[in-house]
Every structure is written in C-alpha cells, then in structure tokens.
Ligand binder design. Sequence first.
Ligand code: NAP
Length: 282
Amino acid sequence: MNLSGKARVAGVMGWPVAHSRSPRLHGFWLREYAVDGAYVPFAVAPDQLAGALSSLRALNLAGVNLTIPHKEAAFAHVDRVSDLAAEIGAINTVTVGEDGVLHGDNTDGFGFIENIRAAATGFDFSAGPTVVLGAGGAARAVCVALLGAGARDIRLLNRTQVRAETLNDRLGQSLIVEPWVGRSSALVEAHLVVNTTSLGMTGQPPLDIDLDQLPTSALVNDLVYAPLETPLLASARQRGNVAVDGLGMLLHQARPGFAAWFGVEPEVTDALRAHIVSDLTD
Ligand code: NAP
C-alpha cells in the first residue's frame, strides 16, 4: 500500500468485525487496480454507531460497508436510503456524497443475482418456479432481488412459518408461503432453488431435503460459502443439476461499493476467488 495525501478511505463497520472478509476482498482490488486508497475494519459497538457514521462525514471518508449488528440500526443515522434498502429493511453499503450526505443502500440482492448470472449466462429468473428456503435477513434480500429480476412463482419455506408469512406481508403478498415440512415436494417443477438458511454451514447440520422431485434442469444455489461445497450442492451436482455456491454472492455484492468509493468498476475473477478461498481454508 502506497498512499498519497489524496487517498480515498473506506471500510467496514461491525461488532465484532474481525471475522469480516471485506478488508481482504477490497484490499485485493485496491492492489489489482493500483488505487490510491485503503479499506479498513472498524470495530464499532452498537451504541457508537450514530457517532461512527457521522464521523464518516467529519473525516471525509468515502463510505463503509455495514455488517452485523448495524444493518438495520443504520436507517436512523443516514440521510437518504435507496428504495432497495428500504424494501429489504437493511443497509449494507453507505456512501458519503460530495455534499456530506450519507446514502444507504443494499447490494446483497445485486450480489445474489450477479452470482447466478455469472455461473449460468442468460439465466431467466422468470422461466419457472423458484423455491426459497429460509426467511431470515438473507432471504429478504434474495426475495426482493428475485421479484426485481422477474421471478413470479416464488415458494417460500421456513422452519418458523410465521417468519415467512411476515416476509410475504412485507413484500405485498407476492410470495407463496408453504410449510417447512413439505420442502421436498415443493421442488416439483422448480427452475431455481435457493438455500438461505444457515443449514449446511460448518458446525451446522446439513439441510435435510430430498431432491428426487427436482427437475435436473433446475439451478441450485446455496448462500452458505463455508464450506464452499455444501451437502446440498454436492447432491444437486451428483444428479446433474447446475450447483452454484454462495461465495460469488459475497464477491459480487462488494462491487457497487468499491466502484462508488474508489471510482473503478472491479471485476470478480478467478484470482479474487482463489484469494478469498485461501482465507476460508486457512
Ligand atoms: P438469519 O437471519 O439468522 O436467518 C437464519 C435462517 O436459517 C432462518 O430462516 C432460520 O429459520 C434458518 N435456520 C437456522 N437453523 C435452522 C435449522 N436448524 N433448521 C431449519 N432452519 C434453520 O441469517 P441470515 O443473515 O439470513 O443468513 C443465513 C445464511 O446465509 C448464513 O449461512 C449466512 O452465512 C448466509 N449468507 C450468505 C451471504 C453471501 O454473500 N453468500 C450473504 C448473507 C447471508 P428460523 O426462522 O426458523 O429460525
């Protein structure tokens, strides 16, 4: 890193923040594109969020990503919010405008769509039913993005059904809520299946689902990226489905922030992926 006095500075605020992969990700792009800039982790306790966000303006920083537990609390401390962030109910990217105005946005849905498009060129989200498993924060971004990309028949299943119903209400009843117990039969005629639960993550049980009724033409996407090959993706691949891991979503969601803060449209390349994967397996 060789910074000049004009260097642009961005970062990630979280509590804790040590687990965040964003500094490694943005650091790769900063080196790759020889940007006069830096991206640093900020450990910001929840009761310090207001002051930390307002200091972006005072310090003339370019902006920040927000991670747990700040994504919802940030609404009270930014000046403008994109329609997407408002719809999803979470802010993960803040940009400081030239006028010092703080803009809040959400790029998780963008990352989700771009990851699938990168893995399956020309994928048509409107071509058939989509099954979304889980109704937590990630599912909110996924469902909003799916609707934006033209998906219409979205079957939402969550262990705690009331949470799925609340998400459906939030999105104007545009989803079809089905019981968690029927997750294997919900796969009939599906074109896309997305696991947004934490099942399959290292240390968690695998997602218990029978893929027999899923057409082999369907694409299966797991948001979990540790491990990269979850039991769900392994079984899908084994029976001939295209299987897409969650790492690409993490990489693609970072693109809009980097472009806004540092003025370069970054690319998600195999080299970037390998750089992050080596950290996952360290
Ligand atoms: P969250 O808000 O805590 O939601 C967790 C979801 O998992 C809920 O739907 C929950 O169901 C379900 N779940 C947890 N344990 C379960 C179990 N034993 N059986 C059935 N369902 C269970 O978390 P989140 O933020 O949505 O994140 C979910 C996953 O997505 C995590 O693995 C996270 O790492 C991953 N993620 C990946 C990316 C990416 O860029 N690839 C981005 C965001 C999130 P209940 O409602 O019934 O508890």
